[in-house]
Design a protein around this ligand. Structure first.
Ligand code: C5P
Length: 234
C-alpha cells in the first residue's frame, strides 16, 4: 500500500500586496473563494487526500463561517499560521504523521490542473522530494538599488538557460520535510524546497504550468479571471 496523501494549503498570509481589506485567499473567483477553489482542485484530483488548511488566527472564525454558509463540507484540519510562511508550514507539519506523503501548496494558486496534482504525487512514490518548475522566458538582469534608482551591477550576468521559477505543490515524504523543518529559520527559505535543500536532501523536478499562477496582486486577479473564461481551460 502507498503512503497516505496530505495537502497543506498555505493561506495564512495577510495579502498586503493585493491592497484589499480581505486577504486575497478569501476573494471570490467564479463565485467561490480562491481558497475553496484551491482545496477543491486537490480533493477532485485525489479524493483520498486529507486537507490541512493554514489560516491567519484572525480569520479562522471567518473561514469556518464561510464554509458553513456555502455548504463547503470538505473535512479540513485548521491550523494557525505563523509569522512567516516557514513558521506556518512548521505549525502544519505537527499535524502530519510519519510515513505519509505531503504536498505543500499556496492557497492562492487555484488554477493548478488535476493532471499536475496527480502526476506530482505519482512522482513522489519514487523520490522523497519533488517540485514543479517552469523555465525562465524573460532575460534576467542583476541590478541593485541606489537611492531611488536601479543600477547595473558591473560584470554580473545570469545564464537564462539555468533559471527556473519554482511553483507549488512541492511534495515530500513526511519524514524528510519534518526533519528539514527542524532547521533554524533563514530568510532565504521562501519555499519548502529551499529548506529541504539546505538540510542536504536531493530534490527532483517536474515541469510546472504557466497557468498555475500565484495570485498576489490585482493584476493577477484579472489574469486569473481571464484564464478561467477561456473555453479551452477546464
Ligand atoms: O507571501 P508569499 O507570497 O510567500 O505567500 C505564499 C503563500 O503562503 C500564500 O498562500 C500565503 O497565504 C501563505 N503564507 C502563510 N503564512 C505566512 C505567510 C504566507 O501561510 N506567514
Amino acid at each position: 500500500m502507498g503512503r497516505k496523501k496530505y495537502v497543506i494549503v498555505m493561506a495564512a498570509g495577510s495579502g498586503t500586496r493585493m491592497g484589499s481589506e480581505l486577504p486575497k485567499q478569501f476573494i471570490e473567483l467564479d463565485g467561490k473563494a480562491i481558497l475553496q477553489k484551491t482545496i477543491e482542485a486537490f480533493t477532485q484530483a485525489c479524493p483520498d487526500v486529507s486537507v490541512v488548511t493554514v489560516l491567519p488566527e484572525a480569520h479562522m472564525a471567518y473561514w469556518r463561517q464561510y464554509c458553513l454558509e456555502r455548504n463547503f463540507t470538505c473535512p479540513q484540519v485548521l491550523v494557525k499560521g505563523g509569522i512567516t510562511r516557514f513558521h506556518s508550514v512548521r505549525n502544519a507539519l505537527e499535524r502530519i504523521p510519519e510515513g505519509a506523503v505531503v504536498a505543500v501548496h499556496d492557497g492562492v494558486r487555484p488554477l493548478i490542473s488535476q493532471n499536475l496534482i496527480r502526476s506530482i504525487f505519482e512522482k513522489a512514490e519514487t523520490v522523497p522530494a519533488v517540485i514543479p518548475v517552469i523555465p525562465c522566458v524573460d532575460t534576467m538582469k542583476v541590478l541593485e538599488t541606489c537611492g531611488d534608482e536601479l543600477v547595473t551591477v558591473p560584470g554580473a550576468s545570469v545564464d537564462r538557460s539555468m533559471l527556473f521559477g519554482a511553483q507549488t505543490p512541492q511534495v515530500f515524504h513526511s519524514e524528510v520535510i519534518k526533519e528539514a523543518y527542524s532547521l533554524a529559520y533563514d530568510t532565504s527559505f521562501t519555499d519548502d524546497a529551499s529548506v529541504v535543500d539546505k538540510y542536504g536532501k536531493n530534490l527532483s523536478y517536474v515541469i510546472g504550468e504557466r497557468f498555475n499562477i500565484k495570485i498576489t496582486t490585482q493584476d493577477d486577479l484579472l489574469l486569473a479571471r481571464a484564464i478561467l473564461s477561456l473555453s479551452s481551460f477546464s
